[in-house]
Ligand binder design. Structure first.
Ligand SMILES: Cc1cc2nc3c(=O)[nH]c(=O)nc-3n(C[C@H](O)[C@H](O)[C@H](O)COP(=O)(O)O)c2cc1C
Length: 368
C-alpha cells in the first residue's frame, strides 16, 4: 500500500481508495481473478481511459439547485442510472458475498444483476433486496437446465434476465493460469448445481467443471427461445456492434447491454465508450441501453448518459467495496458514484438524465 492509501473505509474518498484497501484484504489469487483482463489486457486498459478522453462542455449560469438522476428501467424508477453488474463468486471478496451487495443496493434503491456464477442461492439474494434484481444467465449446453433455472428465478421474483452474448467460449486470463486459480474451498457455484451432479465446485478451475454452462453453438435463435421461457424482460449483455443491437431486439430482447465483459473475453475488443453512441442510435428507443466497462467516476456516468445510455453498471468497484468492508463497503462505492454524478450534473449545468441525453453530443465531445 502506498503511504497515502487509506487504511479504513471511513478514510476512503474515491473508488481507487476502496480498491487500495480491498487489495490488502482479498486473498491474492482471488484478487488477481477479479482484476484480470484477457491476454495482454489492452481492452481492459483502454476501457477506463476511453471515458476520460471525452470532454464535458459544461454550461454556465443554469439554475441547478433542483436536479435529479431519477431514471425509469422496465417500469421501476431508480434514483440514479447506476447498477451493480454481475460478477462471479462474490464470497471470495467478503463472506457475506452477494447478500452484502444486495443489501447495499436495496438501501440505495439501485438495481443489482446477480451472476449465474454466484456463490449464494438466488432466492437468498432476492430476499436481501427490495430494489430491482436482475439475473445474468449463460445459455447452457443443457437447455433444459437453463430453462428451469430461468423459471425458478422468475418464480423467486427476478425482474429481468441478462443473457451474456460475449462468452461462446471462456476468455483466457493468464494471471489465473499462472496462479492455477481454483474455486476456493467451501465455495459453491450454487445456482448451477444439477440434480445428481456434484455439490460444490471447490478446487475446480472455472473453465473445466463449468464448461457445460456455456455453449459455442449459440445464435440469435437461442435468445428468441430464452425470451419465450419467461414473461420477464430479456436484455442481451456483451454487445459492441449496432447490427448486433438490432439483431438482439429482433430476437425479442427488450434491452441491450453494451459491454466487453470488463476486458475479460476478447482482448482487442473496443472500449465501450468508443462504441456506445452508435449502439445507442441502433437501439433507437426500442428498449433501455445499459453500458459497463471502466466506469469509475460520476463524470463517467454523465458521459455515458450523454452518449445515449439509460444506465451504467459497475463490476469491479462492487468487488472493491465488498473487500473493503462488505455491505458497508458496497454502500460506500455506490454512494461515491451517485454523489459524484449529482455533483457532476450541477457542475455541467444539467438537471436531469433527460436533459443530459437531449444535449448529448453537444455536452460530451471527443477532444479535437
Ligand atoms: C471478477 C469478474 C467476474 C465477472 N463475472 C461475470 C459473470 O459471471 N457474468 C457476466 O456476464 N459478466 C461477468 N463479468 C463482467 C461484468 O458483468 C461487467 O461486464 C464488467 O465487470 C464491467 O467492467 P468493470 O469491472 O470495469 O466495471 C465479470 C467481471 C469481473 C471483473
Amino acid at each position: 500500500m502506498s503511504p497515502h492509501s487509506p487504511s479504513s473505509l471511513s478514510s476512503a474518498v474515491s473508488l481507487a481508495d476502496l480498491a487500495a484497501i480491498a487489495a490488502t484484504t482479498i486473498e491474492r489469487t482471488a484478487w488477481d481473478y477479479y482484476r484480470s483482463g484477457a491476454w495482454d489486457e489492452t481492452t481492459l486498459a483502454r476501457s477506463e481511459a476511453a471515458w476520460r478522453e471525452l470532454e464535458i462542455h459544461y454550461r454556465g449560469m443554469v439554475d441547478v439547485s433542483q436536479r435529479s438522476g431519477r431514471t425509469a428501467l422496465f417500469g421501476r424508477t431508480v434514483p440514479c442510472p447506476l447498477m451493480a453488474a454481475p460478477t462471479a463468486m462474490q464470497r471470495m471478496a467478503h463472506p457475506d458475498g452477494e447478500c452484502a451487495t444486495a443489501r447495499a443496493c436495496s438501501a440505495a434503491g439501485l438495481p443489482m444483476c446477480l451472476s449465474s456464477l454466484a456463490t449464494t442461492a438466488l432466492e437468498e439474494v432476492r430476499a436481501a433486496t427490495t430494489a430491482p434484481l436482475w439475473m445474468q444467465v449463460y445459455i447452457a449446453q443443457d437447455r433444459g437446465f437453463t430453462r428451469s433455472l430461468v423459471q425458478r428465478a422468475e418464480a423467486a421474483g427476478i425482474e429481468a434476465f441478462a443473457v451474456t452474448a460475449d462468452t461462446p467460449v471462456w476468455g483466457v486470463r493468464e494471471r489465473d493460469m499462472r496462479n492455477g486459480f481454483r474455486v476456493p474451498d467451501g465455495m459453491r457455484i450454487v445456482n448451477l448445481e444439477r440434480p445428481g451432479g456434484p455439490t460444490g465446485h471447490s478446487g475446480v478451475g472455472i473453465g473445466g467443471a463449468l464448461s457445460w454452462t456455456i455453449d459455442a453453438t449459440l445464435t440469435w435463435r437461442d435468445v428468441e427461445q430464452l425470451a419465450s421461457w419467461t414473461s420477464r424482460p430479456v436484455v442481451v449483455k456483451g454487445l459492441c456492434r449496432p447490427d448486433d443491437v438490432r439483431a438482439a431486439f429482433d430476437a425479442g430482447a427488450r434491452g441491450v447491454w453494451i459491454s466487453n465483459h470488463g476486458g475479460r473475453q476478447l482482448d482487442g475488443a473496443p472500449a465501450t465508450a468508443d462504441v456506445l453512441a452508435a449502439c445507442a442510435s441502433a437501439a433507437a428507443g426500442r428498449g433501455p441501453v445499459v453500458v459497463d466497462g471502466g466506469i469509475r467516476r460520476g463524470t463517467d456516468i454523465l458521459r455515458a448518459i450523454a452518449l445515449g445510455a439509460d444506465a451504467v453498471a459497475v463490476g469491479r468497484p462492487i468487488l472493491w467495496g465488498l473487500g473493503a468492508g462488505g455491505e458497508a463497503g458496497v454502500a460506500r462505492a455506490l454512494e461515491m458514484l451517485r454523489g459524484e454524478f449529482e455533483l457532476a450534473m450541477a457542475l455541467a449545468g444539467v438537471r436531469s438524465t433527460d436533459e443530459i441525453r437531449t444535449l448529448g453530443p453537444d455536452l460530451v465531445r471527443r477532444r479535437t
